[in-house]
Design a protein around this ligand. Structure first.
Ligand SMILES: Nc1ncnc2c1ncn2[C@@H]1O[C@H](COP(=O)(O)OP(=O)(O)OP(=O)(O)O)[C@@H](O)[C@H]1O
Ligand SMILES: [Mg+2]
Length: 210
């Protein structure tokens, strides 16, 4: 089983939205996926509860704050995707990083988000698995507007700080409206959704591997 942690200490950076779209994307590829909701807000769990039965299944378990090990997942789970809370302090949340293979870090194009994300990424140095290079870090541009200069500035900032962006996910009103119904861009096949699915393709390919 592969473990994926979606984290950034910066609140509202797109962690939950990333979690649910990746989960649904992998489920559409035929994988058995379980979202692990480690945020007391339980947004990902609420999304999973609303997910219609006709969509490829995404399991969900809650990871309570005081629990030092990941809870048991349904048998045959191939991908565990952990959605973490904003304000995460790496030193206090080391169990979240246990056994993690990929760390996805959504970051928005704004000075405050960039600086907070850099602090977060630097604080990861105290995690043993990171030191041993066992976790692939995938920073992802979140809520991106490709026409804005901020988008280039974000890419430059991340490059300069040795955490280059893996890809960009654009800002689209359909994301929050889909999420209301437990859906993702992968649950529709019209052209507008297919174009958005393409933005996630490189992340999904990296997670699945060759
Ligand atoms: N690509 C996008 N396009 C449009 N809206 C988006 C996009 N990504 C995220 N959002 C919206 O931005 C808001 C914050 O996103 P989200 O809840 O995923 O962030 P978060 O990092 O999980 O926040 P928290 O730290 O509170 O857990 C939500 O309302 C979400 O629907
Ligand atoms: Mg969240």
């Amino acid at each position: 089983m592969k473990r994926i942690l979606v984290a950034n200490s910066k609140g509202g950076s797109g962690k939950t939205l990333t979690t649910v779209n990746i989960a649904a994307g992998l489920a559409h590829k035929g994988h058995r996926v379980c979202v692990v909701d480690a945020d007391q807000q339980l947004s990902a769990k609420k999304w999973a509860k609303r997910r219609p039965a006709y969509c490829p299944r995404v399991d969900c378990v809650q990871w309570p704050k005081d629990m030092i090990e990941m809870p048991k997942l349904p048998k045959k789970t191939e991908f565990a995707i952990i959605d973490s809370a904003g304000g995460l302090e790496v030193a206090q949340e080391k169990p979240l990083f246990e056994g993690v293979d990929f760390l996805i870090v959504p970051v928005m194009a704004s000075l405050f988000d960039e600086l907070a994300t850099r602090t977060f990424l630097r604080s990861l140095a105290e995690i043993k698995r990171i030191k041993k290079d066992k976790i692939t870090i995938l920073p992802v541009g979140a809520r991106i507007d490709l026409r804005r200069k901020d988008t280039d500035l974000l890419a430059e900032f991340m490059e300069k700080n040795k955490f280059p962006l893996h890809t960009n996910i654009t800002e689209r009103a359909v994301y929050p409206s889909l999420a209301r119904d437990g859906l993702s861009v992968f649950d529709h096949s019209q052209a507008q959704y297919v174009a958005l699915q393409a933005q996630w393709a490189t992340i999904l390919e990296t997670l699945v591997g060759t």
